[in-house]
Write a protein that binds this ligand. Sequence first.
Ligand SMILES: Cc1cc2nc3c(=O)[nH]c(=O)nc-3n(C[C@H](O)[C@H](O)[C@H](O)COP(=O)(O)OP(=O)(O)OC[C@H]3O[C@@H](n4cnc5c(N)ncnc54)[C@H](O)[C@@H]3O)c2cc1C
Length: 376
Amino acid sequence: MKHAVILGAGFGGLELASRLSHSLAGEVRVTLIDRNDAFTFGFSKLDILFGRQDAAAVRIPYRDLAKPGVEFRQERITAIDPAALHVTTDRGSYDADVLVVALGADYDVAATPGFAEGGHEYYSIAGAERMRDALPGFTGGTILIGVLGQPYKCPPAPFEGAFLLHDQLVERGVREETEIRVIAPMSAPVPVTPEVSQRFLDELEARGIEYLAKNRVVELDPSGKEAVLESGERLPYDLFVGIPIHRAPAVVEESGLAPKGWVAVDPDNLMTPFPDVYAVGDVVGLPMAKAGVFAENAAGVVADGITARLHGEELARRYEGEGNCYIEFGGGRVAKVEANFLGGPAPTAQVVGPSESLAADKESFASTRRARWFGG
Ligand SMILES: Cc1cc2nc3c(=O)[nH]c(=O)nc-3n(C[C@H](O)[C@H](O)[C@H](O)COP(=O)(O)OP(=O)(O)OC[C@H]3O[C@@H](n4cnc5c(N)ncnc54)[C@H](O)[C@@H]3O)c2cc1C
C-alpha cells in the first residue's frame, strides 16, 4: 500500500485527505500532520471579532476526524526533504511515496515595527479576541485599516472587516464621530477585475469609508499614535487594524521548495519540481488569490493527479484556480465573488448578489465541509 503524507490539516489538507480516503481506499494510506488540535475556518475570525461566536464554538477538533485510511498526527513539522520524500517532526519522522505540502501562510507581525504593540489584527484567533475586547473602549476618532503587504489571505477580508466595523459603530451610536480609512498597496480593492474593484469601492463609498490606494504602512509609532507610510508620510490614528505581512512557514522556506518565497509548482497539476511532491493552498506561489476555496479546489486536482499517476494514466483536467468566495457586506447582506484565475488568458471574476439564498448558502458552507472532512 502506498503512503501519502499530507503536511497541514487546513482547508487544502483536509479536502485532500477526504478525497484520497474515498477514491483510493485500499490503495493509499494517508498520514495527516498538523501542529494544532483543531481546525477553524478563516471567516470564523470575523464571527469571533464581532462577538457572534466565541473561539471554542468555532474550533473543530481533529480528534473527531473519522476518515477510513487516514491517520491524524498532532505534531510540529521541523524539516522537509523533498528529494527524499522524508519529513521530520518534533515527535518522529515519515517516509512518503507521495508528499503534499499544505502548510498555509504564516504571519510576520514583527516585520512591521510597532505593530505588535500599537495595532490590532483579526487574522488570528488570538488577535480577533483581543480586538473584540478592545472595541468597546473605542468611542470615536480615526480608524486606520492597513493592508501591510501582498499577497494576503482572502482579498475581500479587510473590506468585510471595514463593513462590519461600520455596522457595529453605527449600532453603538459612534459612527458619526469616527473616520474609517483603508490603506493598501493595491491600486483598487480586490483588483482581480475592474468590475469587482468598483463594486467594493461603491460599497466603501456608500458607508463613507475612504480607500487610500497604492500606499503601505511600514511602521507604527504607538506612543505618537501615527502610522508611517512607505513614502515617509505619517497618518494619525486612534485605532490601527493591520492585515499582517504573510510569508511561507519557516520550515517550507528551509526546505528549498520556495526559492522565491512561496512554493513553486506546475500550475496545471500543482506538482513541485520534485516528483510526487505537490503543494496546495496558501503556501503555493501562483498568480492568484489565496483563499480556502482555492486550496480546496487545488486539493481536488492533486487527488486526481495522484490517482492518475498511481494507475499509470494521464491527469484528465488541469487546475484553473477557480472558486467562489462569500463576502459579507454587513447588515446580513451576503454576496459572492466567482473567480477563475488561471483557466484563460486573464483572470475572470464577478460579484453575484447579495441575496437571501447566498446568506443561507454561506451558513451551510461550513457544515457541508465539516461533514465531508470529518465524517466517516
Ligand atoms: C479573516 C479571514 C477570513 C477569511 N475568509 C475566507 C472565506 O470567506 N473564504 C475562503 O475561501 N477563505 C477565507 N479565508 C482564507 C482561508 O482561511 C485560507 O486561505 C485557507 O485556510 C488556506 O488553506 P490552506 O490549507 O492553504 O492553509 P490553512 O488552512 O492555513 O492550513 C495550514 C495548516 O498548516 C498547519 N501548519 C503550519 N505550519 C506547521 C508546522 N510547522 N507543523 C505542523 N503544522 C503546521 C497549520 O496549523 C494549519 O492548520 C479567510 C481568512 C481570514 C484570515
